[in-house]
Design a protein around this ligand. Structure first.
Ligand code: ADP
Ligand code: ZN
Length: 420
């Protein structure tokens, strides 16, 4: 465990962070210049971060074009592990890590466990896959590194997950944001009384703040979100117990927010696309990687005392946007509306249906038996939710209330929008 002890780095001053980042950035330029993909395209050194604008961006498309080894900066024998992205926006990409990379990744993961105040007294049920998907591996590495008891139940098989939660009384789970919603929507009052769940460490996809409030109020579960991606070895920013943004591991990544149209940096506090340069990645030293995720840097220092800057969890990807009859819609907006009016977790699915040149939005929402038979309640829900959705997405949606268990089971990342 001592091997991964690096608490102090989270509390050094922003000036020290900036100095450290500059020297690590230059080290990455040297590493990157050895790869086939970057050779001849990068300077050997920058003198300050104001020079960064002259350095080209790297995109997921570049990764695909240089598949599989174009970005590799070490000899193949040094590769300790491969991972692949989930392929949400196209074919998955393969990412490699050396043992040194894995040690740095483990340190990051442990920080999240510390933020959530998890210790060896806790039992964690890990509902994440541990195959090519980086999330499961990341969190399990952290738990092993920190000496926390882990029950690796993997994805899906919800009935069994609930039985084990009741039998072994795990007080924390690791899962994706969508699966947490699904799992909670499947719990009966009796299940709730029999389990001992207090915390959930989640990530991998957008999560609405309204849902987090429901998780806390109705289920007594404190949600700690993380954000990251396979290209960076998993999460690189984590929510502390103040729940006002995610601390970026600034000793391991250099972040920028850019205007996605012009590519220029925007000031702290403004929304734009997140661009990341990993500072410690030895196997694949990406430079200025465009994430397509839209977020902003939270300008103020966090009262928890950590000095690493925070970002908002990205509400959407730039390529997530759906245009319905000229109106831009993001799936996360729909979810935010749903949880404004529902007191419990639910499973839902949005259909965008083409109809004589126009598009209709139909939302299937699962409800418990009690709610479905309560006509007064149902009418009110329909009226309020339709109104709120209309005010967000400007299109009047059709709502279908259906009984629990009608929609397909959820595993891994959730597909909430179907284009038909
Ligand atoms: P992909 O889904 O692109 O195939 P990954 O499995 O590596 O690849 O997922 C990384 C992406 O997942 C991020 O770029 C981001 O869009 C999304 N993501 C991860 N964590 C979060 C989060 N906490 N909030 C919103 N989006 C997230
Ligand atoms: Zn904090």
């Amino acid at each position: 465990m001592m091997k991964y002890d690096d608490d102090k780095i989270e509390y050094i001053s922003q000036d020290e962070i900036k100095d450290l980042q500059l020297s690590l950035f230059n080290q990455q330029l040297q590493r990157a210049n050895c790869t086939q993909a970057y050779r001849g395209k990068l300077p050997n050194k920058i003198n300050s971060f104001s020079d960064i604008k002259n350095i080209p961006f790297t995109t997921k498309e570049d990764l695909r074009q240089n598949f599989p080894y174009g970005f590799l900066a070490v000899s193949k024998e040094k590769i300790a592990r491969f991972n692949a992205s989930s392929g949400t926006t196209g074919i998955p990409t393969l990412i490699f890590f050396t043992q040194q990379d894995i040690d740095y990744i483990t340190k990051r993961g442990i920080r999240h466990l510390n933020m959530a105040e998890l210790t060896s007294d806790n039992i964690v049920q890990s509902m994440l896959g541990s195959g090519l998907f980086v999330g499961g591996w990341y969190h399990n590495l952290a738990a092993f590194g920190r000496g926390i008891t882990i029950l690796p139940t993997g994805t899906g098989n919800t009935k069994r997950q609930i039985t084990l939660l009741k039998q072994l009384k795990a007080d924390c789970i690791f899962t994706t944001s969508g699966y947490l919603q699904y799992l909670l929507s499947q719990l009966t009052e009796k299940d709730l009384a029999d389990i001992n769940l207090k915390k959930a460490l989640v990530g991998a996809e957008p999560l609405s703040r309204s849902f987090c409030e429901i998780a806390q109020k109705k289920y007594g579960i404190e949600v700690y979100e993380s954000y990251g991606m396979t290209e960076m070895g998993g999460p690189l920013s984590h929510e502390c117990s103040l729940h006002k943004g995610l601390h970026v591991a600034e000793d391991q990544v250099y972040i920028e927010i850019i205007n996605p149209e012009t590519g220029e940096n925007v000031p702290d506090g403004e929304y734009g696309e997140l661009v990341i340069t990993p500072l410690q990645q030895e196997a694949m030293p990406f430079i200025r990687y465009r994430t397509r995720d839209i977020t902003r840097i939270i300008p103020n220092l966090c009262p928890c005392g950590r000095t690493h800057r925070k970002i908002e969890p990205p509400s959407h990807r730039a390529d997530d946007m759906i245009i319905v009859n000229g109106v831009n819609i993001f799936p996360s907006q729909i979810e935010e509306c749903i949880y404004k009016h529902l007191p419990v977790s639910t499973n839902y699915l949005v259909h965008i249906i083409k109809n004589e040149g126009l598009k209709k939005v139909v939302v299937d929402i699962e409800l418990t038996k009690n709610l479905l038979v309560d006509e007064g309640c149902l009418k009110k829900l329909e009226k309020d939710l339709t109104q709120t959705l209309k005010s967000y997405i400007t299109v009047s949606p059709k709502l279908n209330f259906i009984s629990q268990g009608t929609l397909p089971d959820i595993q891994g990342k959730v597909k909430r929008i179907l284009m038909e």
